[in-house]
Ligand binder design. Structure first.
Ligand SMILES: NC(=O)c1ccc[n+]([C@@H]2O[C@H](COP(=O)([O-])OP(=O)(O)OC[C@H]3O[C@@H](n4cnc5c(N)ncnc54)[C@H](OP(=O)(O)O)[C@@H]3O)[C@@H](O)[C@H]2O)c1
Length: 206
């Protein structure tokens, strides 16, 4: 079992933190609002701690659970204390009415984060294709990921597997933009008949 740090104290921080604790991990909450971090740690329960925002995270894996509008600035401002960590970018980049992506063509939130993260940081895209409320249920689900560093992806895959998720490696960092499009696909499906009790998956056809 491992220590996971989460930047943010909103819906996804809650969903990932709760699921990680359930599977025996230690979870450190890092929030720019220490009262919110404390409240979330108490809500998650045993195995949840509060870290000092802006200081070195306790975990080697740091989940960045911040909206796309702020996530690049958040990583940039956090800066050097993140050096050497695996940053997991879970952000979706669709606009307010989920009609298109807010990123520039060919770019991705993950690529933008990688450009501002301290040297030695590895950025992995994961978990953006699962709704928080679905993640909380504990069901076994496909969890797509992308990134350039094989060791970092392996560590993230182990973490996902430990939480009863099926890691599905989609390739290098360039695939992050595809996963962000998949987030838009999930929203399109949810809003056009399938509903929000939904997750994307890849079927193994035997
Ligand atoms: N919700 C979902 O079902 C879902 C599913 C897949 C992926 N995602 C992605 O997960 C990420 C988080 O979503 P969410 O639903 O958890 O959002 P949320 O509930 O709005 O929580 C966002 C968190 O980010 C923090 N934050 C915002 N700006 C920040 C900054 N500049 N520096 C540091 N922290 C900052 C907020 O802190 P304050 O409370 O202090 O404002 C809050 O704790 C998003 O990128 C979203 O696209 C969400």
């Amino acid at each position: 079992m491992t220590t996971i740090s989460i930047i943010g104290s909103g819906n996804m921080a809650t969903a990932i933190g709760t699921r990680a604790i359930r599977h025996g991990h230690t979870v450190e909450i890092l929030s720019r609002d220490s009262a919110k971090a404390q409240a979330l740690a108490e809500r998650i329960g045993d195995g949840a701690t509060v870290g000092t925002y802006g200081h070195a995270p306790a975990g080697d894996i740091v989940i960045v659970a911040v909206p796309y509008s702020n996530v690049v600035a958040a990583v940039k401002n956090y800066g050097e204390p993140l050096a050497g960590r695996i940053l997991v970018d879970i952000s979706n980049t669709f606009n307010a009415d989920a009609s298109s992506l807010a990123t520039a063509p060919g770019s991705s939130a993950t690529k933008e984060i990688a450009a501002v993260a301290p040297e030695g940081t590895q950025v992995v895209k994961a978990l953006n294709t699962i709704f928080g409320h679905v993640l909380t249920r504990g069901t076994s689900l496909d969890a797509f990921l992308a990134g350039d560093n094989a060791d970092a992806k392996e560590r993230v895959a182990e973490f996902l597997t430990s939480m009863n998720l099926r890691p599905r490696d989609t390739g290098g960092l360039r695939m992050a933009s595809v996963l962000e499009s998949a987030g838009l696909l999930l929203m399109g499906l949810a809003q056009n008949g399938a509903g929000f009790d939904l997750a994307l998956g890849a079927a193994d056809v035997l």
